[in-house]
Design a protein around this ligand. Structure first.
Ligand SMILES: [Zn+2]
Length: 130
């Protein structure tokens, strides 16, 4: 999934409307902008808060919500190994959680609140790293 995102091959609504005209292009997480990859990851207000909650401590002053900058960071082999591993793990975990959440909302299911989603991710992170 992360690889598809890097290639911009995810079925974001920004792409879907190009082959399925009349589809609703609006982001279901914030209902405030076109759902492009860079919006969903992590310019969207909802996504940005989840990403910040998980990644800010790892990225410190290099924290960003800009897709291209994040890709540069996770591709930087000069970064300290453990830190890089954690950032990559956080990136994939947040990407997956947001995409799952987006799909739930897209199919009419009830979404999780921002706080619940953050808590679930935090728990996944703590459990995995112990
Ligand atoms: Zn949004």
């Amino acid at each position: 999934m992360a690889w598809l995102s890097v290639l911009n091959r995810m079925s974001t609504m920004y792409r879907v409307v190009k082959w399925s005209q009349g589809s609703n292009e609006v982001c279901v997480l914030c209902k405030n902008a076109s759902e492009s990859r860079s919006h969903l990851f992590f310019e969207c207000n909802f996504s940005a808060q989840v990403w910040e909650f998980i990644a800010k401590g790892l990225l410190c002053i290099s924290f960003t919500t800009v897709w291209s900058e994040i890709i540069t960071i996770i591709s930087d082999k000069t970064r300290e190994k453990k830190n890089l591993l954690c950032i990559r793990y956080a990136f994939q975990a947040v990407l997956y959680a947001l995409w799952r959440e987006r799909n739930k909302l897209k199919h009419g299911d009830k979404g999780l609140s921002l706080d619940v989603l953050k808590e679930l991710l935090k728990r996944a992170f703590v459990t995995e790293s112990v």
